[in-house]
Structure formats: C-alpha cells, structure tokens
Ligand binder design. Structure first.
Ligand code: AMP
Length: 141
C-alpha cells in the first residue's frame, strides 16, 4: 500500500488550508459535510491523525472516529427526520476510495429514497451551510 500523502485534500482541510462545512470537532476527530452529498446531511468523519484508510489507522484513532460517527448518526436522524443511516467506508482505489485520508460516510436515509450516485452533483453553498449549522447545533446538545 502507498504511504500517507500529506497533500491529500482532507489533510489540507484538517490543517485549515481549505474550507469545509464543519459539523463537529474534538481533539481526535473532525466531521464535515460532503460537498457532493448522496443524500441531504451526508457527513464525513475523519481522524485528525494521518491515516490512509482502515488498513493503517491506529486502533485508538479508529475508535475515536467510530464514536464521532455514532454521534453524527444520532444527530442526523433527528435533524433530517431520517428513517435510517447508511455508513460507508472505502479502502484503496479497488475498494472505491478516492481521497486517501481515512473517512467514514454517515448518510441519513429516507425510506424508499435511493442515494444519488457518488460525486454526482455539488450541493449549493447555502444548503450546505444550513445543514452544517443544524447538525452542529444538534451535536452540541
Ligand atoms: P471516497 O474516498 O470514495 O470515500 O470519496 C471521497 C468523498 O469526498 C466523496 O464523497 C466526495 O464527494 C467528497 N469530497 C471531495 N472533496 C471534498 C471537499 N473538499 N469537501 C467535502 N467533501 C469532499
């Protein structure tokens, strides 16, 4: 497996070099909206520590990310009146991974509504801002 590339786009977001629609942050993990959501509220959860994917992440960082994914999933159920949550995580190109900093997709689902194809449509900034604010508020409790 190739080594971690610190120039990947999520590493730049983590360093504050690129913007994101932030939903949640703690000392170990960051969650922000996917700009090409497969359903409204589609959120990415990633460890702050460098890890290419599931195959090289340190167990403690993986545990921290899983805990944040659970929090985001609970908040998204309420904010988007969801009927369920799809959790996705891809490893290496053959596994469907495009950005090589480990991330989990937390996707709120409505019964009977299919997900859009991956990376099919960039959401409007005002919609992403609104969704991020609502999720962040729900996560604050
Ligand atoms: P994958 O590596 O296959 O899990 O997919 C990467 C995901 O990152 C896709 O769902 C993209 O829509 C999303 N994405 C790419 N660039 C950005 C960005 N700058 N901010 C938020 N999401 C992004």
């Amino acid at each position: 497996m190739p080594s971690y590339d610190p120039q990947n786009i999520f590493a730049k977001i983590l360093r504050g070099e690129l913007p994101c629609y932030k939903v949640y942050e703690d000392d170990k993990a960051l969650a922000f909206l996917d700009i090409m959501p497969r359903a409204p509220g589609h959120t990415l959860v990633l460890p702050k520590a460098p890890a290419r994917n599931l195959l090289d992440v340190k167990p403690d960082d993986l545990a921290a990310v899983a805990q944040v994914a659970q929090k985001v999933a609970s908040a998204a159920m309420k904010v988007f009146s969801a009927d369920g949550i799809t959790l996705q995580q891809f490893n290496e190109g053959a596994g469907g991974q495009v950005v090589f900093h480990l991330h989990f997709h937390v996707i709120p689902r409505k019964a009977g509504v299919p997900m859009k194809p991956p990376a099919s449509e960039k959401e409007k900034p005002e919609v992403l801002s609104d969704h991020a604010l609502k999720l962040a508020a729900a996560l604050k409790g």
